[in-house]
Design a protein around this ligand. Structure first.
Ligand code: MAN
Length: 478
């Protein structure tokens, strides 16, 4: 169901006509003259009483008998309001019972009925069709009003849907934002905990490493000391042998080699200076080092929550359901896994927050009405199928199925109280401009693409039947 445009023209004319009729009923004048508008009747009446008519524009006077006599006397045609003698001015059809009408004077007495009351032709030629026209007009008006009223109900529903959608999105955004605060603060706490565990881990590794090194150092020292002792024993044995040889050899044998060896031993024994190796001191130093390492301060694992975060800690526990202290039982690899998962969640949450904020900030027309128009409407016009999502994309699909973007919804345009849409940033035309479109609404209870015209190359105009095109202002007062 739709309302055609000519009706609006008629409605405007009706308004004007009814007002004039009312003025006449107000008792201004009983005098009548063919083709004269009600607001000028008085002028002609006074002229008829005085017998002289003054042309309305140039002030020329003529006898009243020359008015409507079939000859044009006034340059403005005002002496011939009811004949076709002068081209100037228009002929007024009173059309009682319907709507008054001004017609060209050339249509007067041409044998064709132009006024529904037949006043433009000689008496008896035209039947009075005003009552019939009025009946049809009323019927059409009732139909049109019914469409507008049903359309307005649907439009109201669309507005309510849009309002609820916005509320839903705002609520979602609020929840996401507050959840994000909790997640960020949890992330901070977990990161601190992780840093602590990493530090502890490093300390632990360093501690073990140093202990291992000290143990091997001690083992090495003890081993070397044992070997030194072994050598000492060997030396003592050798010294004993040499000493015994020196003391007991027989000089009478006059063996020069033995004599030299005995003398050498005596020299050695006189100058002998074997340094003491203080292994105990080395071992003690190692032990001291061990104690020093043991007494180094270890980072605290007690709490990783800032005192300021007491609230966040409670909120975390409330929302996440894990007692924050549970994290203190979590191993480093597990904590790293949880942190990775949390970071992914925060990232997608932020994207969603961004998407919702951008969408909520978009101009969706008065009372956000376009927000409810998510449906994709499809219509075949000419050689193409057009696909339209009023708050999304408008595209054109050819017979081979390849699709071209005509434009993305950019803004709602208003002309007086009527709404329209502008689509832009479409695909560039070959050798031409970027595609764009305007969308005009017509009141209807259904939504459908009615027509598409390419007013200039790649600049499209689309007419869409939709309840969004129904307005209270268009209701006809019958
Ligand atoms: C395609 C369609 C037409 C457009 C031409 C321009 O055929 O999008 O609407 O006029 O491209 O080259």
């Amino acid at each position: 169901m739709m309302i055609s445009k000519w009706l609006w023209v008629l409605v405007a004319a009706a308004g004007q006509g009814l007002a004039e009729e009312a003025a006449e009923k107000g008792g201004k004048s009983e005098f009548s003259m063919r083709g004269v508008k009600p607001d000028q009747l008085d002028v002609y009446k006074r002229a008829s009483e005085g017998g002289v008519f003054t042309c309305l524009k140039d002030g020329k006077t003529i006898p009243f008998s020359q008015v409507n006599d079939g000859y044009c006397d006034c340059a403005d045609g005002s002496d011939e309001p009811g004949t076709s003698a002068c081209d100037q001015g228009t002929f007024y059809c009173e059309n009682k019972g319907f709507f008054p009408l001004d017609i060209a004077k050339s249509l007067v007495d041409d044998g064709v009925c132009d006024c529904c009351d037949g006043s433009d032709e000689r008496e008896g030629l035209c039947p009075n069709t005003c009552a019939n026209l009025m009946r049809k007009y009323v019927e059409k008006s009732v139909k049109s009003n019914n469409i507008i009223k049903s359309g307005l109900v649907l439009k109201k529903e669309a507005l309510e849907t849009a309002r609820l959608l916005r509320l839903e999105m705002e609520e979602k955004l609020r929840t996401l934002e507050s959840d994000n605060v909790v997640k960020e603060s949890t992330h901070d706490a977990m990161t601190r905990r992780k840093d602590m565990l990493v530090a502890q881990d490093k300390n632990g590794q360093l501690y073990n490493h140093l202990h291992d090194r000290l143990n091997s150092l001690q083992a090495l020292v003890e081993d070397r000391f044992a070997k030194v002792q072994q050598r000492d024993q060997t030396l003592i044995t050798l010294e004993g042998l040499l000493s015994e040889m020196t003391n007991t050899y027989n000089p009478n044998f006059n063996d020069p080699a033995v004599k030299r060896a005995a003398q050498g031993y005596l020299n050695y024994a006189t100058n002998k200076d074997v340094p003491e190796i203080d292994t105990l001191a080395i071992i003690t130093t190692i032990d001291e080092l061990r104690r020093e390492i043991d007494s180094l301060p270890v980072p605290s694992t007690e709490s990783f929550w800032d005192p300021f975060e007491e609230v966040a800690r409670k909120v975390f526990q409330y929302f996440v359901g894990i007692h924050p202290l549970d994290l203190e039982q979590v191993t480093l690899p597990e904590l790293e896994r949880r942190l990775d998962a949390l970071e992914a969640e925060i990232k997608s949450q932020k994207n969603e927050i961004q998407r919702l904020s951008t969408d909520l900030a978009r101009d969706m027309g008065p009372n956000d009405i376009l927000r409810s128009q998510n449906h994709v409407h499809q219509g075949e016009v000419g050689n193409y199928i057009y696909r339209l999502q009023m708050n999304g994309d408008l595209s054109q699909v050819d017979s081979k199925g390849s699709s071209v973007l005509i434009g993305k919804f950019e803004e709602v345009i208003t002309d007086d109280y009527r709404l329209g849409l502008r689509f832009g940033s479409g695909q560039r035309c070959w050798n031409g401009p970027i595609r764009s479109a305007t969308v005009e609404f017509e009141c209807s209870t259904d939504t459908a693409i009615l027509s598409v015209s390419e007013r200039e190359k790649c600049s499209y105009h689309v007419t869409v039947a939709t309840p969004l095109g129904c307005y209270e202002q268009d209701l006809i007062v019958i």
